[in-house]
Ligand binder design. Structure first.
Ligand SMILES: [Zn+2]
Length: 336
């Protein structure tokens, strides 16, 4: 019985959230929704199956979102909202800003055309030293190992052997399983994971065969030159700004990324995004000193009168939770 009820309850909750969520009702205090996207890829693109499902939205779904948000919100560039707040000027009651993390090449290929067609402003947080390189994020390298049957090599490595649920050696591994495995790995530092992957020869070979993850400087410049996309910093190397980083590394990741972007784009990078949403007191302090505002991965809608502009919450969006107007509406409620 419970199993039969579950989908019904879920559908009812989705319907209620879509119908009665704060995105549909009047607001007394000015509020800000910040939408967090990563990759925009159609299902037929080879890169679609090389990524965790929680990272992707298809171009059709993304276009639906960009039209839909105009019905509920004043769609605004995050930097405009931050400037209005800083200058204590009136803010829209219900503002919505679109953000992209990392600087994936597919954002240039598939998101920019939609932003242009719908005239939607957005912010893209770039990993400054990795733009224009063949850098692979470690989750993609791990995913490639799992999907290509290199589980024995993984399980044999002292670091990966520490993961409590080791991947099965027999049978195919799907992307959902892989995503859960990758999530467990986040208890290790980025450095430790990269160096472990470096020990596994097949990982290096596989990473060399993967399509480039990030866009080129030409593409990033074109995003910026469109007049619709503001470029912010997502550190130099996508290091999680938590306890594993020493003070010097921390300073380098936060300050040098700004220097690189300012120089390469000829415009100040005033906004920051914490990799993986991780930060400690020292990181927050330095980011507050260096940038006008910063976004986290903490879920929520920001109340302009209460929020800290350097700890802005966001609504994470991916295909499965947003591929119909009803599901997207429920997601915008911030309740589900
Ligand atoms: Zn990121």
């Amino acid at each position: 019985m419970a199993n039969k009820l579950k989908p019904l309850l879920k559908a009812a909750a989705t319907g209620l959230a879509d119908q009665f969520g704060p995105h549909k009702s009047r607001s007394t205090n000015p509020k800000l929704w910040v939408l967090m996207y990563h990759r925009i890829l159609p299902k037929e693109d080879e890169r679609f199956n090389l990524e965790e499902p929680g990272m992707i939205v298809t171009p059709d779904t993304f276009a639906m979102h960009m039209n839909d948000i105009k019905r509920h919100f004043d769609v605004i560039s995050l930097s405009d909202w931050v400037n209005l707040k800083q200058q204590e000027l009136p803010l829209p009651k219900k503002a919505c800003a679109v953000t992209f993390d990392d600087g994936w090449a597919d954002n240039y290929e598939y998101a920019l055309p939609v932003l242009k067609a719908t005239n939607t402003p957005a912010t893209l947080f770039a990993v400054a030293e990795k733009i224009g390189t063949n850098f692979q994020f470690w989750p993609n390298s791990v995913l490639a190992l799992l999907l290509n049957g290199f589980t024995t090599e993984l399980n044999r490595h002292p670091l990966f052997a520490k993961v409590s649920s080791q991947p099965p050696v027999e049978g195919p591994i799907d992307r959902e399983y892989a995503a859960a495995y990758i999530h467990q790995l986040k208890s290790f530092s980025d450095d430790a994971i990269f160096s472990a992957l470096h020990d596994i020869r097949s990982a290096d070979l596989l990473a060399g065969q993967l399509p480039n993850a990030l866009m080129t400087w030409e593409q990033l410049n074109a995003m910026h030159a469109s007049g619709l996309v503001v470029i912010g910093s997502h550190t130099c190397n996508h290091m999680r700004l938590s306890v594993d980083l020493n003070a010097q590394q921390m300073q380098y990741e936060i300050e040098n990324s700004k220097r690189i972007l300012d120089e390469r784009l000829g415009a100040p990078a005033d906004l920051f995004c914490f990799p993986n949403g991780d930060y400690n007191e020292a990181a927050l302090h330095l980011v507050t000193k260096t940038y006008k505002a910063a976004v986290t991965t903490q879920r929520g809608i920001n109340d302009a009168n209460k929020c800290d502009p350097h700890e802005l919450t966001r609504i994470g969006i991916h295909e499965e939770v947003s591929n119909s107007p009803r599901l997207f509406g429920a997601r915008l409620s911030g309740w589900l």
